[in-house]
Design a protein around this ligand. Structure first.
Ligand SMILES: [Zn+2]
Ligand SMILES: [Zn+2]
Length: 330
C-alpha cells in the first residue's frame, strides 16, 4: 500500500481519516496535530517554562519528543516520580528517561513518593490495609502524583505542567465524570477552564487528540523502549474505567473517529460554561498542609487519606531548585 500523501511505502492505516501513511508522513501528522492543539487551546506559548511529567510509559515519551520539536529545550524540565511499588522495578526506566531527555538537551528531575511524604506507595498501601481501609492504591498514587507534580512545578517556577493523557484517556474521563454525576469535574476537565488558585500551576494535555494506538506506533517508530510491565496494583483498579474503555473501543471499531468527535463535541458544548468556573473564585485552603482543596472542604483529600492510613501528613518540599525562578524573579 502506498502513502495517501506522498506515494512512498505506507506503514500505518489511519482509520479515522481513511488514509495510509508512510513513516515520515505519520510522524509529521502526529507532531503537527499536537502543535495545533497546543495553539488552538492556548496551552502555552514559546516564552513559557514547562514541566513535563514523564512516567516512562509510551505516551510520556511521545509527549517528550513531540514537544521538544517545537519548544526550546532550555524551557523544558522533565519530572519523573518513583512510586515505590514492590515488584515493579523502575531503575532501568529511570536510566532510559535520563537518556532520552539528555539526547534532547532537556534537564531531568527524579524524585519519589517516599522522598515527598516519607513512605513509599507500597508502604502507604500496607499501612492503610493494617488500618482496615480498602481504598484502591491507584487513589493514593494519583493523588500523590498530582500533588508532587504541582509542588515541583511551582518551586521550579514552571508556567505549565504537561501530562501525557491521550485521546482515549480523555474520553474515558469525560464519561467517568458524567456517570459519577460530577458536572464541576467535567467543566474542570475542559482545556480552557481557568485555574482556581494561585498555588496551582495550570495543567495541560497536548496529546488529548492523539489516539492511544497512534501514540503506541509513534513510540515504536522512534525506537523508544517504554515501561511495558503492568503495574501489580492494576487488579485493584476501579472497574468502571475499564468497562468504559472497552465500550469505547467497540464504538471506535464500528465508527472510526467517534472518540475524536465526542471530545470535540464536549469542547464546544462546554466552552461558554468554563467561564462559570471563574465565579467559584478561589479554592479553599487545607488547614493541615496549606495547599488548595475542593470547594466545601477544609482538609484536602491527600491529608485526609494519609491520616486515615495512620500517617502524619508532613511533606518534604523541594528546596533551592528554582532554575527558572531565579531567572524569572531576579
Ligand atoms: Zn508519505
Ligand atoms: Zn492537606
Amino acid at each position: 500500500m502506498k502513502c495517501s500523501l506522498c506515494g512512498r511505502e505506507a506503514v500505518f492505516y489511519q482509520a479515522f481519516t481513511n488514509k495510509y501513511l508512510c513513516r515520515e508522513c505519520f510522524i509529521e501528522d502526529v507532531r503537527k496535530r499536537i502543535a495545533n492543539e497546543v495553539k488552538d487551546k492556548r496551552m502555552f506559548s514559546e516564552r513559557d517554562n514547562l514541566l513535563l511529567a514523564i512516567s516512562g510509559g509510551k505516551d510520556s515519551f511521545v509527549l517528550l519528543d513531540a514537544v521538544s520539536h517545537f519548544h526550546p529545550s532550555s524551557k523544558i524540565i522533565a519530572l519523573s516520580i518513583v512510586e515505590g511499588i514492590p515488584g515493579y522495578n523502575r531503575q532501568e526506566y529511570i536510566e532510559r528517561i535520563k537518556k532520552y531527555t539528555k539526547e534532547r538537551g532537556i534537564d531531568t528531575v527524579i524524585t519519589s513518593i517516599k522522598e515527598f511524604v516519607g513512605y513509599s506507595l507500597g508502604e502507604i498501601v500496607e499501612k492503610s490495609r493494617e488500618m482496615g481501609i480498602e481504598l484502591s492504591p491507584c487513589t493514593y498514587c494519583g493523588s500523590l502524583r498530582r500533588r508532587i507534580i504541582n509542588v515541583y512545578a511551582r518551586e521550579l517556577g514552571a508556567d505549565r505542567t504537561l501530562t501525557a493523557h491521550n485521546l482515549d484517556d480523555e474520553v474515558q474521563t469525560v464519561f467517568m465524570n458524567i456517570l459519577r454525576g460530577d458536572p464541576e469535574r467535567l467543566l474542570r476537565q475542559h482545556p480552557l477552564s481557568p485555574k482556581l488558585s494561585d498555588k496551582l500551576v495550570q495543567r495541560v494535555k497536548p496529546l488529548r487528540k492523539i489516539y492511544e494506538y497512534e501514540a503506541a506506533f509513534y513510540a515504536y517508530l522512534l525506537g523508544f523502549k517504554f515501561q511495558e510491565t503492568e503495574c501489580p496494583y492494576i487488579i485493584y483498579q476501579p472497574t468502571l474505567r475499564a468497562r468504559i474503555r472497552h465500550w469505547l473501543y467497540m464504538l471506535e471499531r464500528e465508527a472510526p473517529g467517534v472518540e475524536l468527535r465526542i471530545l470535540e463535541f464536549f469542547d464546544n458544548l462546554l466552552l461558554d460554561r468554563t467561564n462559570k468556573l471563574k465565579e467559584l473564585n478561589s479554592l479553599p485552603t487545607c488547614r493541615i498542609c496549606g495547599e488548595p482543596t475542593s470547594i466545601g472542604r477544609d482538609v484536602c483529600k491527600l491529608c485526609e487519606m494519609l491520616e486515615k492510613a495512620g500517617i502524619e501528613p508532613k511533606y518534604n518540599y523541594p528546596k533551592h531548585m528554582g532554575k527558572w525562578r531565579a531567572k524569572g524573579e531576579g
